[in-house]
Write a protein of this length. Sequence first.
Length: 645
Amino acid sequence: MGFVFEHSWLIPALPFFSFLIVGLIVSPLSRRAAGVVATLSIFASAVLACWLCWEYFHLYPPGSHQPTFVAWNFEWLRYYQFLSVNAGVLVDPPAILLMVIVTVVSAFIHLYSIGYMADDDGSGRYFTYLNLFTFSMLGLVVAPNILQMYIFWELVGISSFLLIGFYYKKRSAVAASKKAFIVTRFADVFFLIGILLLGYHGFQILSESGAGQTGVQAFDFLFLNHPATLSALADRGILTAACILIFIGAAGKSAMFPLHIWLPDAMEGPTPVSALIHAATMVVAGIYLVARLFAAFAASGTALLVAAYVGAFTCLFAAVIACTQNDIKRVLAFSTLSQLGYMMFALGVSTMDNPLGYTASLFHLFTHAFFKALLFLGAGAVIHAVHTNEIWSMGGLAKRMPITHITFLIATLAIVGVPPLSGFFSKDLILAAALGNNHPTIFAVGLLVAGITAFYMFRIYFVTFWGKARSEASKSAHEAPLVMLVPLIVLAVFAAVSGFVPMGDFVRAGEEVGEHGGSILIPILAAAFGLIGITVAWLFYSGESPLSQLVVNRLGKAYTIISSKFYIDEIYLFVTQRIIFPYIGAPIAWFDRHVVDGAVNLTANLTRLGGVVLSLLQTGQAQTYGVWLVNGAIVLALCIWLFTK
């Protein structure tokens, strides 16, 4: 290995150093310089990540054995001989894939943000947070052990809290940031319990076997995914429980049902932040966690099935809601939920004997990063031009914003799965994995969602870019500045061609990716469902057709329920405000206030009372002290006489 492997720690370190420099030095001096420095640091990190990718796969080409290295490592916390926490950089195909995705997508989002945030007084603070966000995600990706991953997992949560609530003077932004923070922290409690279970039993296994002498520690991924470890954990009866607890943490971060409620509200942050959260950082962390512990989940079996069915339900649930939303960013948010469902159920339908879904999931994560970042940045360019998120205040933008229009169309075709764009290949592989591993119901859900995705994506495309302008801002809209257009063009190229990467040769579970689970029928069916969705969207929204309103009227209450997101948020509010707060929170608060605080206050009051009593003895009068001295001497003499007698 060469320079970049030995110095791979620079890939996450550069954004961290930039975070400190921009936040403490550059930002107070110049907002524009803050954006430039922050962007250059991420581009440097992206160059190193791509260099590492080339170096690794040059030494271990596709088809050969691809080992896992801990390229940089030091002992951070030591508890016992077999239980310590190391900080380091893990290098293997999944980590390299995520490093490339995070740095490349984040670099172009930083570049786009220079134009998007040019007139914002808080842009220096914005770029500081954006660097922290990228550093946090990279630290999570390269973690060689689950405890380091958890620490950076929480840093990702803090970064998202800061960026979602960036416009802190807006009550809705503050509420959205708190909502994201609370929901994901709730899920992270289960993740932490799962980590403690694995760590405790892993320590016991190492202590009994003496394997800790080799330097392997209980929290290391290499140890946790080892067949002998998994067998021992299964024998102890805790493997499935630990995996399901960890999956809850992953479901919170990747917004799986029913922990999805924070993601649509996260749109309150600046649009480039939405692109980063949805494409390359926060929401893909849960998918990466399950993929990183795939051997453990596969050994459990039950945990994988939970992931499969939760992912499939989320995929369909979010797609249906997306059909009724009118905020362009919220449509894309529910689209992200649906695509994450694809990735999660692709992992869930896999096994170690047939791991095609593992490759398909990470392949879709790869392609999705480019076309979803492109969709959000395209939406940001539109919002920047018309000053509204409402699609019914847009229209006719294809002529006024031709580059944005073309790039948005490429991203739309990619997410729909139109050949030969990237989404076609990765979504086809997911469907093949589901059918090939005997999950026909999940395959049917995936196929149906492909048609629904085509419908709601072309719905916003037709309403936004076709027809006549529906507002004065839409009539006077103009193309975004060049610094915003360049990222759109580059990401459009990636969205178009990234599907041609032979992902099965680079990222796989085990030595072989397995047979392609289907036949030519799968892409034909997927294309047919996509074509149906596009056709229906064209009939409803390409002109002034009344069909869409007729359908809405016919659906009646059902449409209201769907557009209200099935009232899940209202259910959460009812449960928290009517049940948890009065019947659980209030008693705990009373106990804390009267028992815990009361005990502390009692100690203080007793101390104060003792001081008052002692102060009565300190009169400052010599005769009083003389009386106490004489009386004390008499009492002491009597005590001595009584005891000696």
